[in-house]
Design a protein around this ligand. Structure first.
Ligand code: NAD
Length: 278
């Protein structure tokens, strides 16, 4: 999809961080934009902040864990703009993790938002994009946590590996329809992901803050520092737009994290060699 101007983009998690930066970049590229988010006040502020950028930016309340809510948000986009061409399944939360945190509530919350949320977006928009036949692009936000397991035993890592796998499979199947797929795998980006608990629905129980003296507490503090020093979300968005235009599957933003990934691939290669020599 080389020509973005005049098309429409739909972005979940569009009220903050990477989603908001994507919304701005799409608007600057001449696209109509629908921002979808669970946090209504932040959403209204996000839409207002983009008022004079691009042709038209609107917002719709949406909880990506609920397929009906995502369907309703999709219909709002169709009603507002007719056709949607670019869908960014970007909403995500960080929470839980480590061998001392085995709370099922945390696992369900993170998997519902980060994994099922992506699936709900694909289900809501794919028939529409195939139907209008003008081409399109699906962007799924994963993470470098979908490439290496440095965070340890964590629902976040599990969700992001899953998003990488489903994006790779989707890309294969959509190629014949002229619909591209990109999977965004950033390292640390300066956003509010460290405060994800602000949007944790009651049904998932309370967010627990780990004891700062525990290994989990130390990891949370380390991540908070890394996020503060992270990449600007606008840099991430610029790379995503380039990947859409060039129809590239993988979008990486932190090449300095490559050694950890190379280590994993080397270990897999070695295991394959062992299997071959069996
Ligand atoms: N910030 C990073 O370092 C980083 C790194 C790798 C990947 N990511 C991924 O980037 C994506 C965007 O996160 P961010 O860093 O911009 O964080 P952020 O907290 O700034 O933005 C996330 C947005 O998602 C929304 N959201 C949360 N739950 C939702 C739900 N159930 N339904 C709809 N919207 C919901 C939030 O309200 C928020 O506006 C996430 O998928 C995250 O996992 C972030």
């Amino acid at each position: 999809m080389l020509d973005l101007a005049g098309r429409t983009a739909f972005v979940t998690g569009g009220a903050s961080g990477i989603g908001l930066a994507l919304g701005r970049a799409f608007a600057e590229a001449g696209m109509n934009v629908m921002l979808a988010d669970i946090e209504r006040d932040a959403l209204a502020a996000a839409v207002a902040s983009l008022r004079d950028v691009g042709p038209e930016v609107r917002g719709v309340a949406c909880d990506v864990t609920d397929p009906d809510s995502v369907d309703r948000a999709a219909r709002a986009a169709f009603d507002a703009f007719g056709k949607v061409h670019v869908v960014c399944n970007n909403a995500g939360v960080a929470g839980g993790g480590g061998i001392d945190d085995l709370s099922l509530d945390s696992w369900r919350w993170v998997l519902d938002v980060n994994l099922m949320g992506v699936l709900h977006g694909i289900r809501a928009f794919l028939p529409h994009i195939r139907g209008h036949g003008e081409g399109g692009h699906v962007v799924n936000t994963a993470s470098m946590a979908g490439m290496t397991a440095g965070l340890g035993f964590s629902p976040y890592t599990a969700s992001k590996y899953a998003v990488v796998g489903m994006s790779e499979g989707l890309a294969l199947q959509l190629q014949p329809f002229g619909i591209g797929v990109s999977v965004l795998c950033p390292g640390y980006v300066r956003t509010r992901i460290g405060e994800s608990g602000r949007n944790r629905a009651e049904r998932y129980g309370p967010s627990r803050t780990p004891d700062p003296a525990s290994p989990a507490g130390a990891l949370v503090a380390y991540i908070a520092e890394q996020l503060k020093a992270g990449l600007d979300p606008s840099d991430v968005a610029a790379r995503v737009l380039a990947a859409i235009r060039d129809n590239r599957l993988y979008v990486f933003t932190h090449p300095e994290m490559r050694p950890e990934f190379d280590q994993r691939i080397a270990a897999i290669d070695a295991a394959m060699d062992e299997a071959a020599a069996w």
